[in-house]
Design a protein around this ligand. Structure first.
Ligand code: PLP
Length: 409
């Protein structure tokens, strides 16, 4: 008899976004005429940059020609993309890596989930709360998170609350934690960490022999010149941090699928016997076993992001979404409602007026403004009492949606 991975069965059946879809569908039944505006989902809406489209078309042509055809590519990624990443994302900012410290992937959801494959099931983990749910769910599915308790928390997870009181910046834990997930700019709160705040985490990891999983999926949205784009801007981070980058939000690649991971050779973890193992080597072993690389066409598309035209087009795309955020913030600030984010991230974290729960506020916005938001509680217990709005929509939809929200507040 084959036995299932029972840890997967522990995952709550209703994933946040399917819950939202259910509520929206029942609203539609009673309000068939309503013109619903979606300000909830985290997907982008603008088409991918022209430079990327042209590069992918050219790459597809090459595959259709006997002289230029390519089969399996290198597991870690093609040199042309790795070199572009090293040069533009790191060397240009004074950070240097070898090409074998970069791993091209199909995106950060896979990477942040799969990295757990090379770490023991009984490491302790710490997450900021609220948080991108995939971090916890991937730990649940291998048994690392423990069991779900009545307060909505997993027994083996240390939650580091991010609330108004601490300006959505998590406090450094008093206890030792083996693996810490940090996501900055943050989804869902839109908060960022200053260099000195991030430095405290790096120091904590060095002092406690901990590993930091640093998700920089929204790095392209940072507007403030003093905010770090990479954890490696902090001295010592190369010893303790793995960084995840994604082209999804940077260049509209949510459907194309491409991202990368940086695993410096200095990052190690211990065996039970106390021997230190390079995580870079272990990850390469894991990839060689389970992954055959990202398509040539996709990697050529990603490379084009770093050309002068690609950079301009990406900049324009980010500006469009951040201008949406500015408009949304400006209108919301006239209502007296408390909200955060939207300065260095495409997310606004809106406090439900009074003591409404996140779902109650979600329903109010749906039924009175016909706007779909994301209830904050779906991102963790500290998200209770908030909803997340995104600025990834079309300009007109963002303006209209936020105008309706302001009217109903
Ligand atoms: N990390 C964060 C914080 C995200 O919000 C998302 C997507 O919304 C991802 C990772 C997933 O990125 P990708 O599309 O590269 O898998």
């Amino acid at each position: 008899m084959a036995l299932v991975n029972e840890h997967l069965l522990k995952l709550p059946e209703n994933y946040l976004f399917s819950d939202i879809v259910k509520r929206v569908n029942s609203f539609k039944v009673t309000h068939p005429q309503a013109r619903i505006i979606h300000l909830g989902i985290g997907d982008v809406t603008l088409p991918i940059p022209k430079a990327c489209v042209e590069a992918m078309q050219k790459a597809a042509g090459e595959l259709g020609n006997a002289e230029t055809f390519r089969g399996y590519g290198p597991e870690q990624g093609y040199d042309f993309l790795i070199e572009a990443i090293l040069k533009h994302d790191y060397a240009a900012h004074g950070i240097n890596f070898d090409s074998n410290e970069i791993f091209i992937s199909d995106g950060s959801k896979s990477d942040t989930g799969n990295i757990g494959d090379i770490l023991r099931h009984d490491n302790s983990i710490g997450v900021t709360d609220p948080i991108y749910p995939a971090y916890i769910d991937s730990n649940v599915s291998c048994g690392r998170a423990g069991v779900l308790e009545e307060d909505g928390k997993w027994s083996n997870v240390v939650y580091m609350p991010c609330r108004i009181e601490n300006n959505f910046v998590p406090e450094i834990p008093k206890q030792r934690i083996d693996i810490i997930y940090l996501c900055y700019p943050n989804n869902p709160t839109g908060a960022v960490l200053t260099k000195s705040e991030l430095k405290k985490w790096v120091n904590y990891a060095i002092e406690n022999d901990a590993l930091i999983i640093f998700d920089a999926a929204y790095e392209a949205y940072i507007q403030d010149p003093d905010i770090p784009h990479s954890i490696y801007e902090i001295k010592g981070a190369k010893k303790v941090a793995i960084e995840f980058r994604s082209f999804s939000k940077t260049a509209g690649f949510t459907g194309v699928r491409c991202g990368y991971m940086v695993i410096p050779k200095e990052v190690t973890a211990a065996t039970l016997e106390g021997e230190r193992v390079q995580l870079n080597k272990l990850w390469l072993r894991r990839q060689a076993t389970k992954f055959n690389g990202v398509s040539y066409i996709t990697q050529r598309g990603a490379e084009a992001i770093y050309t002068p035209e690609g950079k301009e087009q990406v900049k324009a795309m980010v500006k469009y979404y951040m201008d949406n955020a500015k408009i949304m913030k400006k209108m919301l600030s006239k209502t007296g409602v408390q909200f955060f984010g939207g300065d260095n991230a495409p997310y606004l974290w809106v406090k439900a007026p009074g003591n409404q729960t996140a779902w109650k506020f979600f329903d109010k916005l749906l039924y009175e403004a016909h706007v779909v938001s994301t209830p904050g509680v779906g991102f963790g217990p500290s998200g209770e009492g908030y909803v997340r709005l995104t600025s990834f929509g079309d300009r007109h939809q963002c303006e209209e949606g936020i105008r309706r929200i302001c009217q109903c507040l």
